[in-house]
Design a protein around this ligand. Structure first.
Ligand SMILES: [Zn+2]
Length: 169
């Protein structure tokens, strides 16, 4: 089975939409960022870990669905995956560069147009904790390794892209 990268359809006669056989919703980016800022105000720095962990689970879950639906593997999978989440797909981010050293299990992902960073406003620290975890979840599924990831550059702190560096645990 080799479905196109973008397949979001409204169910006939139903009030919900699906993507690769999974129910999805369209959420205003500001709603997500508002939720993040409220949790940050409530629990402080630990909010980043909460969003990071949620991102890992989301990344694993969605990669499982995509690995079932798509025949591509490794870098071919990641190329298609990047388009899927890009501005003409889900609108989450636009992949600028993916560098994966599968021997060492390390590398980086650089993205522009992070929906979190662009809406968040100025910050002294990176803000894309959810995406940071999300990339771990996806890459763990694709590479079959346990990874850790940190966001070093972020549009919210004035960088021209967000850069996530990951390495094997
Ligand atoms: Zn960022």
């Amino acid at each position: 089975m080799n479905k196109p990268a973008f397949l979001i359809e409204r169910m006939k006669g139903e009030a919900w939409i699906k993507q690769l056989e999974t129910r999805v919703v369209i959420l205003r980016a500001g709603t997500f960022v508002d939720l993040q800022k409220n949790i940050e105000a409530l629990i402080g720095d630990e909010a980043s870990a909460l969003f990071y962990d949620a991102g890992i689970r989301a990344g694993k879950g969605s990669a499982e669905v995509q690995l079932q639906a798509w025949k591509e593997r490794g870098m071919d999978f990641l190329g298609k995956w990047g388009k899927f989440y890009g501005s003409s797909g889900c609108g989450w981010f636009k992949v600028e560069d993916i560098n994966v050293d599968s021997e060492k299990g390390g590398g980086y992902i650089r993205v522009k147009q992070s929906f979190i960073a662009e809406v968040y406003g100025k910050s002294e620290k990176p803000v894309c904790h959810f995406l940071c975890g999300f990339f771990v979840g996806v890459l763990e599924k694709v590479l079959g390794e346990r990874l850790t990831c940190e966001e070093f550059k972020c549009i919210a702190k004035g960088d021209s892209y967000c850069e996530f560096r990951f390495e094997k645990l």
